[in-house]
Design a protein around this ligand. Sequence first.
Ligand code: SF4
Ligand code: SF4
Length: 115
Amino acid sequence: MIDFGFALKETRQENLDKTSLEKFYRLQELVPSFKRCFQCGNCSATCSARQFTDFSIRRVHTSFRRGEYDGLADELRKCMLCGKCTLVCPRGVNLRALIMNMREILDEPKKTGKR
Ligand code: SF4
Ligand code: SF4
């Protein structure tokens, strides 16, 4: 095969038959400002934790929106809740509340023993 210097990645298309968005809908009810997010990435660009780790809050809340929850609880531990992302969000998304509620929702199976 010819090496073009790049590779094609697998499709990131959402399969809604296999994905449950129940947690995402719940998060939206708890933090209604999340509906205004238009994925600009300002939150990640200014994130304090991003300066020291590979943490991306935008990647985390985008994965949550897509119903892809694996590994997110561990990722969210890198956030130190400084609140800078909330200050710079042009759409007024309450990211600090978003992060705390994502943590709560992702921790539920541990607390209740359910998956
Ligand atoms: S800064 Fe606000 S609008 Fe932009 S990606 Fe982050 S949460 Fe969404
Ligand atoms: S609250 Fe968390 S995600 Fe937001 S800027 Fe601070 S460390 Fe980053």
